[in-house]
Design a protein around this ligand. Sequence first.
Ligand code: MTE
Ligand code: MO
Length: 157
Amino acid sequence: MRYAAISISICIALAGADLAAEEPVILKVTGLIDDAPAHFTMADLRALPATTLETSTVVTDGVHSFTGVLLRDLLVQLDATGDVITATALNDYVVDIPRADVEQYDVIVGYSMNGAELDRADKGPLWIVYPREGHEALQDIRYDYRWVWQLSELEVR
Ligand SMILES: Nc1nc2c(c(=O)[nH]1)N[C@H]1C(S)=C(S)[C@@H](COP(=O)(O)O)O[C@H]1N2
Ligand SMILES: [Mo]
């Protein structure tokens, strides 16, 4: 009886591990938030209200449609209190994003481009996208640095 109970719990544990393997965490948020660290899978991000921006980028031709979560809303949802967000990418690229950027502009944590999920081998799975189309001030190298592709972590400071 006891062994049966143990093997059942092992089965449950393995089933849990399997589910976790199917849905990897793609974004970690740390620092000055309510309950750090916060972990998001793609499904978690897709469950939040989505925003779509039509914008040019510095690395592609023409205007593209990007969909993702407003960084402003994500920070509010997490009760973030800091003024700077340090963004880190899978390739260890790190840059500071002033929170004022996301208050002033609709900056998104983008997960799809032209309706297709961002490719991990390219700029995905997450890309910070600024609405540079229609905001001339954003067409500047200072902002280009903040378009973090392959985003993996945000630290609120
Ligand atoms: N993950 C990641 N994001 C990044 C960078 C990088 O090296 N890694 N470079 C930044 C810089 S310096 C610029 S100008 C823009 C465009 O960089 P790219 O032309 O190398 O794509 O992306 C920014 N985002
Ligand atoms: Mo750059």
